[in-house]
Design a protein around this ligand. Sequence first.
Ligand SMILES: *Cc1c(COP(=O)(O)O)cnc(C)c1O
Length: 367
Amino acid sequence: MTTNEAIKNRAWNFSAGPSVLPVDILQKVAENLLNYDGCGESVLEMSHRSKVFKKIMADAEADLREIMQIPDNYSVLFLQGGATLQFSMVPINLLTNTKKADYIVAGTWGKKAAKEAQKFGDIRVVASSEEDGFTYIPKVTKEDIREDVDYVHITYNNTVFGTHYNEMPDFGDKLLVADMSSCILSEQVDVSKFGLIYAGAQKNIAPAGATLVIIRNDLLGKAPEGTPIYLDYKIHADADSAYNTPPCFPIYVAGEVFKRIKREGGIDAVAKDNIEKAELLYKCIDESELFYCPVAKEDRSLMNVVFVTGNPEIDKKFIAEAREEKLHNLAGHKISGGMRASIYNAMPLEGVKALVEFMKKFEKANK
Ligand SMILES: *Cc1c(COP(=O)(O)O)cnc(C)c1O
């Protein structure tokens, strides 16, 4: 297949993760794959201690700091182990005083995070929307949080159930930790409101293999004696994320994604496009007599749009027929069923339009 044919024959990929990457970046990476920027080596082969790679990593961090407006008193770490390892690293490093933390559970990932944290301290689930199928974000105020917790944990966007904090929660002076795996870079957040933000790369940043951690510097260096060396944030912060071999290739692609966001006018410009895409899709669902969105309106995610027909057989038919139209990976998570269209930053408006058109066609044929 020629490059042009390959591009022309690409499907619209609505996968929740690993997920779509911008075509221009895939192309640029392909062009540089054999010989990065004329240096004679591929990033796939390059030493993480080389001058070329150190620049790739330093530029990636600088660009991320610029687009997310990360304050100087925060460290940016590129780690491995996915968001899942953060479910352990967060309590290990942050349960430093009373060893109490409160978790707000609005989906599967938050539930897993809380369960893992229980190995390390006194973890309380303050609120959970599980009994209602995780269709909303539990409303928690600062009065609900225990006075002496070391931190509060939230999942900012619930990938599986399609909910999102559309309003920044206020827990007073409590240290706030957020899993932003599926919404990082989709909207501007005020980093200074968080003690720690983490995100696996494979949703909205880069291919799988890297995990981004943004941590306030005063939280570093508090891991207990005996903590495995890789699990101590300070080790990575002191070594500029190169204590050991970092996930070089995903970091390189991440850097290209950050540069692209800069070129496009920053996160606010990206967010504007995301709103346009999501509104188009939700409008189609809300106007439909076949599809509906089970999620509370005020908590809808701009990244993961969940919808169902109410009939699992029709859902299945929809997913299969959509695939024939090159609309891929629309099945909901195995827990929730139905459909889910993940429309991350890299999904063009054109892809959402194609989906909406197909949904209308399908509805007509299946009324
Ligand atoms: C995908 C996802 C995870 C799990 O990420 P891994 O990198 O596979 O460990 C955790 N939290 C959220 C919100 C996710 O979307």
